[in-house]
Design a protein around this ligand. Sequence first.
Ligand code: LMR
Length: 392
Amino acid sequence: MLSNLEQQPADALLALIKLHNQDPRTDKIDLGVGVYRTGQGATPVFGAIKAAEQKLVDTQDSKSYLGPEGDMGFVHALMPYVFGKDDPTMGGRIEGMQAPGGTGAVRLAVALAKRAGVKRIIMGLPSWPNHAQILGDLAVELNSFNHATKDGVVDMDALRAAIADAQPGDAILLHGCCHNPTGIDYSDAQWDEIAPLIAAKGLLPILDLAYQGLGKGMEEDAYGLRKVLSLVPEALIAYSCDKNFGMYRDRVGAIYVMAENAEVLNRVLSNGYALARAAWSMPPDHGGAAVRLILEDEGLTRMWLDELDTMRTRMRQVRARLAEAGTTGAIDLTPLGHQNGLFSVLPLSGEQILKLREAHGIYMAGSGRVNIAGLTIGNIDKFIADVGAVSA
Ligand code: LMR
């Protein structure tokens, strides 16, 4: 039977990690997979996480099963950051469960939407490749629209048209902040327009918040999500701590459900538990427990927020330096200055991207997506010059 399976291509983004590791050049630059890097090019464990992990080792007295919902202390501790300190449950209408990373949360959200009768999901492209892969795997139709224009701004007309064309029973998947791959986010004013459109059309919003705190700040990055939630009766929220706590390989995430009332909320969650049980049974505990220990401790919380500030400031500085460089070859770097988060897309051809890799040791996704955090004082000038050289 197994020989019936067809060979699948390796995931292009994850394959880049290997290719970069195998490259012996000392001046190679990794702008591939989305991990934060310091000005020295390292991806260290957060100090707050180290401290929390130590506390966990010292105090955890059992590793017995928790259940498909995972560590509810972790799930609840995050809620004021995501939904606001004033009313994080929106009057008892929001509850969550832990998920293995943002991918687990998105997968569960799409599976829940499908169980609830959603057949089609509206989503802007380009998007994180895993979004379309999850929809494909769960056999949910994707109805795509252009996320951004060629000038590097949000294509509001395309979004308006996609919502206008939507059918009853459609869902819409939106990035909460730090759009992956473009870095082109909706402004607060645009969210103010989008949220009522979604509400008026009765779409089920699936909001993916994977980079809270890496854009403008923890509160600022939640603006759009909170705006949508303030106007719609129900929504699914996929959350990742992989980036804002630097927990990548520990797979730390959560899915939150907002329902019209507590009775529906409980029913939706019971479906979430059943789906999780059949997929991963229970989420990995360690990372979520470490995040919980941080959020339960004022000092560790301060430390984590400071570390997050440092990351955000560094990425802003890299973006400012790129924007300052203006045009290199045929590429205008100016728009990168006002984009957010780890990523931006450079309008390079496949051939130019390959040339950057082979001739210059610069690794970026085939879409032209660059991880801004891979640039440092030591390599940014080389990057600007090499992009100029291949695109001239
Ligand atoms: C990325 O887009 O680079 C990250 O979200 C890693 C991943 O899982 O794709």
